[in-house]
Design a protein around this ligand. Structure first.
Ligand code: AMP
Length: 114
């Protein structure tokens, strides 16, 4: 499903340019435009899902696939440690309403997050 008002739908379809690092039938991965760590990329389902709150039995297969791809990319990039983040809802910091997983690496991270 393509949402014409969604930035990440347009990025996944190529309508808006991005720095792609991986693509297959189900997912698209690209560099974050405002990196918060030396390595910062996003992995999204091509099909529009608003957020992690909208994952269900009908669409969850792509989420498992996203985690497989993150492990593959982290291995290829030889990331020593990395953090996966999905902000869900405005109060949690979600600014783009299309499910996405941040992958951050290359610096020490603090916990808990701010
Ligand atoms: P969130 O704030 O968790 O919704 O994450 C959205 C992320 O998308 C932010 O880290 C932004 O820097 C990133 N972003 C916004 N527009 C673009 C774009 N055109 N290309 C790449 N990353 C983007």
């Amino acid at each position: 499903m393509f949402n014409k008002d969604c930035l990440f739908c347009k990025i996944a379809s190529g309508d808006v340019p991005s720095s792609c690092i991986y693509e297959d039938q189900l997912v698209y991965a690209f560099k974050d435009i405002a990196p918060q760590a030396p390595v910062h990329f996003l992995v999204i389902p091509k099909r529009h899902i608003d957020s992690a709150a909208d994952i269900n039995a009908e669409n969850s297969r792509v989420v498992a696939h996203i985690f497989e791809i993150i492990a593959k990319l982290a291995g290829e990039q030889k990331l020593e440690g990395f953090r996966i983040v999905s902000n869900c809802g405005e109060s949690a910091g979600q600014s783009v309403k299309h499910l996405h997983f941040h992958v951050l690496s290359g610096r020490d991270m603090t916990w808990p997050p701010g």
